[in-house]
Design a binder for this molecule. Sequence first.
Ligand SMILES: [Zn+2]
Length: 144
Amino acid sequence: MKIPILADLLDKVEKLVVEHGSAGAQSKHIAQLRDYIEQLEKENQRLEKAVVKLSADLAEASKQLARHTSTDGYVEWKGVLIRRLPGGGYSDTPYCPTCKLPLSVVPRTKHLFCNREECGYLPHMSIVVFREHLRTLETAQHEP
Ligand SMILES: [Zn+2]
């Protein structure tokens, strides 16, 4: 894609060189400018494609997050619910996806389970692994 401002600039430079410059310098410098502008146009094209792709990726990620976020602030994530904190990030307490109550921890193995007798949900994850995953999620969200 042509960048109009660069084409205009090149025309003006060409006009100035023709009016004031030596004949030897003219063609060499104008050719260098044309090469430079061509590189800029290619780079601009590459960046425009990247922006289109990133915009599409962002829209898809936003849709996915909206699907997994309920109005009460819970987000389903790796088989448990987590809660967004008002100031950003997530609470480090995992919740049962059925009961929405904080999951309990088996003392020795540190595995998570829902303590409500009628539920008994087992996410097959320890609190240690959960917190490691959570740190990864928060780190990923803070990267530019
Ligand atoms: Zn439960």
